[in-house]
Design a protein around this ligand. Structure first.
Ligand code: NDP
Ligand code: 2IT
Length: 448
């Protein structure tokens, strides 16, 4: 075994030992380490000076109780988290996830991914993530408000516009960010850009809502263009029906594709005529209902219980935009057998390592999450810039910057893959390019 392989293996063993029962975090670390061997061969100092060992250890983990009272007067207790993972290149930046599956390992995997994703944007943002095991489904607005106020009453002391800037993720959208912002302002008396994804009247950036889904499509279009292809005339499957999925569908459609399927955590819809996105927006954004309701708008469409079946629908391009590990080896094989030629990840870590191996073996164009979905956090950084300057750019200005950032990410990760002898392997290119900038910044700043 080479020096690099040995060293990485040893550090990985230590990660598993120090973070027991956190398989998602192990998976995210393994994915990065799998690409780092040629980097370490060239730069053994990243091992010798403790950079790799440090980068897998969060700078700070904050874990707290979130008590609130539901509409029946009953006391509820949730857990809140904020993991401030790495501040080498900027203040901690990353979303908050409210979902019953949240525990420390999920936030750790997301915070770790965020370090490299944020680095790829080219903007000065470090990596962080937070959230709670609170489930917003079926809660009244008043319950969500009380929960958010309680969550922020603890979190406010650890964040700030130049310290740590949370945003949305699963279960946290404009409504939640509004309640969180209001409580931060009330406690601190500060009107500052401490959160992104804010409402437009109070410092939000135009195009932030659309940014992750639009950015995913700009990235995918750049990958396709480099292979003399485009979205035009293609059949697309988009999983999920939340913020990322809806705007991925919208942009893919604008670019000439037909999106035929979407899902939520209960099941998926298949509409061979192309999904009616206005109906999905009405169901999921306006009414906060289940995707199954699509049948009341389009009785001719199909609804199937369970999410996994969505990957059995033949498509040219797949855009997973729901959650981690939603595509396993079996689904990956079906996608490939059905002729899928390109898969770009809107969700964080939606493909299992076995699924990625299937895509790479089949030679399909694979765009990894930390590059493909970076448009959301990049636009969050643009929101931070606008807040600092106390001005706001038009939708068109932000959208044009987002497009430029996504195209740049594609160019940089392609170049990194080539430089390290893995041409066309965008997963390796993203891991390497994301890592190099942070590792160099850590080296320059000394042991901290
Ligand atoms: P939303 O809460 O808006 O939507 C999530 C969607 O995924 C919903 O349709 C939800 O279904 C579905 N979903 C969630 N969990 C599961 C599950 N366990 N099984 C099946 N379906 C599930 O979240 P976002 O759209 O913001 O996030 C989607 C993904 O994109 C996540 O991986 C997130 O980390 C990632 N991401 C988000 C960014 C952003 O800016 N928002 C930026 C970059 C990445 P249901 O309605 O039934 O819960
Ligand atoms: O995973 C992600 O990049 C996000 N949820 C967006 C984070 C942000 O700070 O906008």
């Amino acid at each position: 075994m080479s020096y690099a392989q040995d060293a990485l293996k040893e550090i990985f063993r230590e990660v598993v030992k120090r973070n027991p029962n956190e398989p998602e975090f192990h998976q995210a670390v393994q994915e990065i380490f799998d690409s780092l061997e040629p980097v370490i061969e060239k730069h053994p100092e990243f091992i010798e000076r403790g950079i790799v060992k440090s980068i897998v250890e969060p700078e700070r983990i904050i874990k707290f109780r979130v008590p609130w009272v539901d509409d029946n007067g009953k006391v509820q207790i949730n857990r809140g988290y904020r993991i401030q993972f790495n501040s080498a290149i900027g203040p901690y930046k990353g979303g908050l996830r409210f979902h019953p599956s949240v525990y420390e390992g999920i936030i750790k995997f997301l915070g770790f991914e965020q370090i490299f994703k944020n680095s790829l944007t080219g903007l000065p943002i470090g990596g962080g993530k937070g959230g709670s095991d609170f489930d917003p489904h079926g809660k009244s607005d008043a319950e969500v408000m009380r929960f958010c106020q309680s969550f922020m009453t603890e979190l406010y002391r650890y964040i700030g516009k130049d310290v740590d800037v949370p945003a949305g993720d699963i279960g946290v959208g404009g409504r939640e960010i509004g309640f969180l912002y209001g409580q931060y302002k009330r406690i601190t008396g500060l009107y500052e850009g401490v959160l992104t994804g804010k409402g437009i009247p109070f410092g939000g950036s135009l195009a932030r809502t659309e940014a992750t889904g639009f950015g995913l499509c700009y990235f995918t279009a750049a990958v396709l263009a480099d292979h003399n292809e485009s979205f035009a005339g293609k059949t697309v499957v988009v999983s999920g029906s939340g913020n990322v999925a809806i705007f991925a569908n919208q942009k893919a459609t604008e670019l000439g594709a037909k999106v035929v399927a979407m899902c939520d955590s209960n099941g998926y819809i298949y509409d061979k005529n192309g999904i009616d996105l206005d109906a999905v927006k009405a169901i999921k954004i306006r009414d906060r209902k289940r995707i199954k309701e699509y049948l009341t708008y389009h009785p001719e469409a199909e609804y199937h219980e369970g999410c996994k079946g969505i990957w059995t629908i033949p498509c040219d391009i797949a855009l997973p935009c729901a959650t981690q590990n939603e595509i396993d080896e079996e689904s990956a094989k079906i996608l490939v057998a059905n002729g899928c030629k390109c898969l770009c990840e809107g969700a964080n870590m939606p493909s299992t390592p076995e699924a990625i191996a299937v895509f790479q073996k089949a030679g399909i164009l694979f765009g990894p999450a930390k590059a493909a979905n970076a448009g959301g956090v990049a636009t969050s950084a643009l929101e931070m810039s606008q807040n600092s300057m106390r001005l706001s750019w038009t939708f068109e200005e932000v959208d044009a910057k987002l497009k430029g950032i996504m195209e740049n990410i594609y160019r940089n990760i392609s170049a990194a893959a080539k430089e390290y002898g893995m041409e066309g392997n965008l997963a390796a290119g993203a891991n390497i390019a994301g890592f190099m900038k942070v590792a160099n910044a850590m080296m320059a700043q000394g042991l901290v």
